[in-house]
Design a protein around this ligand. Structure first.
Ligand code: NAD
Length: 488
């Protein structure tokens, strides 16, 4: 396809942001960004070298003493200004993401999510409290909560601004300084946020933003002896590499938010129309490139024909095309690699399951568009049922009993989100208890969330939890201070 809507944004920030200054890569390295809608290269972005990554960590280390000495209130002043600038940049951020990873501008919600998060953390610093104890005779004891020093955040491409803020803001509010590495597939919004950080006037080095590939800057950060915490969102494959790097270097704390294979279980007493609309939205939004998308749906046999028919009707009603057009609600996949990976799962699923939607060729002859695709009766022990496809592809299987569906839903190494639709309260609560997932939706599914509920994975979907009430805790050490008191 061709881009039919002329973007309003004419120039892009593509440089690294180190120690409060924008700079090209020290070795002049750059990488190409390709539009997933057209398949054409449109800009070159700085590739942070090993030396650049070291310089960013050194800048963060140097900025740490002064930043950590500020009161939470003083840190919050910067956050509030940044939140305002992010809200004002909504249209530009939406366009940058549409251009680099194909998300339709009509579906861009990250600017308000990120700004709200900054507003929250601006006030949250006083949560960092220790405890005191009189339980040891002759002592008054206490714990101190203190920042670690340099925190690194490595983020993916599917919702980059939200991840950047949700990792950097709690780390900074706890008094740490930060180096963020954006994804090579969607670096433009992170670089734009760096321009806003510069405008706000954060002290140099407090937050540094690098663009580049994982095997260069990502590798340096995960092995770095001066990085004390590494917060990562991305694939399980990279999560394992990072954990090994942390173990081999300084045993830095690692927080991992990884992939998923969300099951949605629909019992015969469910509100079918609601279940159809929500499970469809879950796997269609962002072209299915969502860690918690319900890519497996289990429907009780008696309602399966009706559910499947309604689901197919709803899932085929997409408006796919130029992500810059406000009328588009289904963009291309983020890049060629993602596209080819999804196609290989589709080809494999065709051999073992029944394709019920998606066999028509895409109306677009260029770009990385994938049709909404439904498979029925895919055997449970196959790759398409077990692995993350990360596209608008869903497997709908049937079940007879609660026991059977619990076993199938849990038969995966992933455990990020699970959903159950039923009007029976006892069954809903039994299921919520039995499903092995860090978040369970009852009569709702992903991406439904709640800001004060922790988010993270069971099993191989991650280590640790993130969210308004828990994230700051990851970025604070606990020190016990034992004070011997002279008696009268
Ligand atoms: P990815 O693992 O390929 O890349 C994520 C980041 O890691 C990128 O910035 C990349 O450059 C970097 N990286 C790659 N190799 C590295 C290495 N050797 N060392 C250090 N860094 C390295 O993942 P992706 O394709 O960007 O994102 C998709 C994945 O992220 C999916 O598996 C998805 O489920 C997961 N995800 C999880 C959540 C969650 O909250 N659990 C949210 C969004 C995405």
């Amino acid at each position: 396809m061709s881009i039919t809507q002329e973007p309003k944004v004419k120039s892009f920030e593509t440089r690294l942001f180190i120690n409060g200054k924008f700079t090209e890569a020290s070795d002049g390295g750059k990488f190409d960004l390709t539009s997933p809608a057209t398949g054409e290269k449109f800009v070159q972005v700085s590739e942070a070298s090993e030396a650049d990554t070291d310089a960013a960590v050194a800048a963060a280390k140097a900025a740490f003493p002064a930043w950590s000495a500020l009161s939470p209130k003083a840190r919050g002043v910067y956050f509030k200004k940044l939140a305002t600038l992010i809200r004002e940049s909504h249209d530009e951020l939406a366009e940058l993401e549409a251009l680099s990873m194909g998300r339709p501008v009509s579906e861009y919600i990250e600017s308000s999510m990120a700004a709200n998060s900054l507003d929250h953390y601006a006030e949250a610093g006083f949560q960092a409290l220790g405890t005191s104890s009189l339980n040891t005779p002759g002592f008054v004891n206490m714990t101190l909560r203190q920042p670690y020093g340099v925190v690194a955040a490595i983020i993916p491409w599917n919702v980059p601004v939200m991840f950047l803020v949700n990792k950097a803001a709690p780390a900074l509010m706890a008094g740490n300084t930060v180096v963020v590495k954006s994804s090579e597939k969607a670096p433009l919004t992170s670089a734009k946020i760096a321009t806003l950080i510069e405008k706000v006037g954060f002290p140099p080095g407090v937050i540094n933003i690098l663009s580049g590939h994982g095997h260069i800057s990502g590798k340096v950060l995960s092995h770095h002896m001066d990085v004390r915490v590494l917060s990562f969102t991305g694939s399980g494959r990279t999560g394992r590499i990072i954990t090994a790097a942390a173990a081999k270097s300084n045993l830095k704390n690692v927080i991992l938010e990884l992939g998923g294979k969300t099951p949605a279980v629909i019992f015969e007493d469910a509100n079918i129309e609601k279940a159809v609309e929500q499970t469809k939205h879950s796997v269609q939004w962002n072209s299915g490139q969502v860690c918690m998308a319900n890519s497996r749906i289990y429907v009780q046999e008696s309602i399966a024909p009706k559910f499947i028919e309604l689901f197919k009707q709803s899932f085929s009603q997409i408006k796919s095309g130029d992500p810059l057009l406000k009328s588009t609600n289904h963009g291309p996949q983020a890049d060629k690699i993602q596209y080819e990976q999804i196609q290989s799962y589709i080809e494999e699923a065709k051999k073992v399951g029944k394709m019920a939607l998606g066999s028509e060729p895409s109306e677009h002859t260029t770009g990385y568009f994938v049709q909404p695709t439904v498979f029925l009766e895919t055997p449970e022990d196959t790759r398409p049922m077990k692995e993350e496809i990360f596209g608008p592809v869903v497997h709908i299987n049937t079940f007879k009993t609660e026991e059977e569906v619990v076993a199938k839903a849990n038969d995966t190494e992933y455990g990020l989100y699970a959903a159950v639709y039923t009007k029976d309260v006892s069954r809903a609560l039994r299921m919520a208890k039995k499903l092995e997932a860090g978040r369970v939706g009852v009569n709702c599914t992903s991406p439904t969330g709640a800001l004060d509920m922790p988010f993270g994975g069971y099993k191989a979907s991650g280590i640790g939890r993130e969210g308004y009430t828990v994230s700051i805790d990851h970025y604070l050490e606990t020190k016990s201070v034992l004070i011997s008191v002279d008696e009268f």
